[in-house]
Ligand binder design. Structure first.
Ligand SMILES: NC(=O)c1ccc[n+]([C@@H]2O[C@H](COP(=O)([O-])OP(=O)(O)OC[C@H]3O[C@@H](n4cnc5c(N)ncnc54)[C@H](O)[C@@H]3O)[C@@H](O)[C@H]2O)c1
Length: 333
């Protein structure tokens, strides 16, 4: 067993080196992105070393497709949206319905709000707690048996709790369960089905707080970073098998979340998030539909976020000092 593993590892390293050499030698380097190159390497590693022949077929087809730009149309798709009883989720349901989705399923922990969304958009409603794995299994099973295979799953429900390290464990735990584990449960029970039928799309709502952190919102910033990390991991692991992933990362959007509970996001948190303006949820939904058609991994309704990310990675120390000064100015320290 240990000998096989060593041989397997050695083969893998040799293969990566050989493939990298081939890419360099063929001058392909400038034509493909790092992400595409990673997917190519990963796909070929699977083909050579890991997977059974039946999956090899899928891997090859999907990996060659993933190197082209394929525009995903919402028209005629079966789409689930969580957190659909309010805000961004409700706006996504309205947008997808208007774009001609075959069926949209509005899921929320709040039954009355989910029903209201469904009534307004003439679609279906389901009540579920996304932090409960059994509920997520039920949603996926019921939709797939009673409506049809899910083309696009929008894991959008989220909450802002746990403003600091002093906040009770319950606030940290619920932030983790709703803002992170809900994405894990959706992927755990959908990705295998989607791979089997040749692909599918996951849209996970994270936040700009998952890229740039959240002043006044410790558990929110931390769990949204985890959501970004998980979305990246899904994309780089399954891209070659037809699984498309987008992360929605807005700054402030006018919803119930920003309406605002001062104990949770806090006024300084809201001021920080709203520094570049508060977008309407329907505008965000339009941007999401465009991002899905382009298959953009990061959907950034506030374009400033790209520049902030660049500043952060260009000089991390400077960025931390700047954010600390920003925090002090908002807190009046
Ligand atoms: N509003 C913003 O400024 C903003 C900015 C960045 C990211 N986001 C993210 O957008 C997503 C949607 O937020 P929103 O602004 O529309 O807020 P919102 O409060 O208007 O809507 C959130 C919805 O999620 C539902 N929900 C909460 N916990 C749930 C659970 N356990 N199971 C099922 N449903 C649950 C709520 O009932 C609510 O209907 C969240 O993930 C949020 O973190 C919001």
């Amino acid at each position: 067993m240990s000998i096989n593993f060593t041989v397997w590892q050695a083969q893998g390293i040799v293969f990566i080196v050989t493939l990298a050499e081939k890419i360099r030698a063929s001058g392909e380097r400038s034509k493909v992105t790092w992400n595409q190159r990673y997917q190519l390497i990963h796909a070929r590693l699977h083909r050579n070393l890991l997977v059974k022949p039946a999956i090899v077929q899928n891997t090859l087809v999907a990996s060659s497709q993933s190197l082209e730009t394929v525009f995903v149309e919402i028209n005629q798709k079966i789409i689930v949206v969580t957190g659909a009883g309010s805000g961004i989720g409700r706006a996504l349901v309205e947008k997808f319905t208007a774009e001609g989705a075959k069926q949209v399923i509005a899921v929320d922990i709040d039954a009355a709000n989910a029903a209201e969304t469904a009534r307004a958009s003439a679609c279906l409603a389901m009540t579920a707690d996304v932090a409960c794995e059994a509920d997520m299994i039920r949603v996926i099973d019921d939709v797939e048996t009673q409506v049809g295979p899910i083309d696009l799953f929008c894991s959008n429900a989220g909450l802002a709790a746990g403003p600091s390290e002093q906040s009770p464990d319950q606030e940290w735990q619920i932030s983790w369960d709703v803002n992170v584990m809900a994405h894990v449960y959706a992927a755990r029970h959908l990705v295998p089905r989607m791979i089997k039928r040749g692909g599918g799309y996951l849209l996970n709502t994270a936040s700009a707080a998952g890229l740039l952190n959240q002043i006044g919102g410790a558990a929110y910033g931390v769990t949204k970073h985890a959501a970004v990390g998980f979305g990246e991991w899904l994309a780089l692991t399954y891209g070659h098998q037809g699984i498309k992933v987008s992360l929605l990362c807005p700054q402030a959007v006018r919803t119930a979340m920003t309406a605002v509970d001062p104990d949770q996001l806090g006024t300084e948190g809201l001021q920080a998030a709203a520094g570049d303006g508060m977008l309407e949820a329907n505008v965000v939904a339009d941007i999401v539909a465009h991002g899905l058609k382009q298959e953009s991994f990061l959907i950034l309704p506030h374009p400033e976020v790209t520049e902030y990310m660049q500043r952060k990675t260009a000089d991390y120390d400077r960025w931390i000092k700047g954010m600390n000064r920003f925090h002090q100015s908002l807190a009046g320290d």
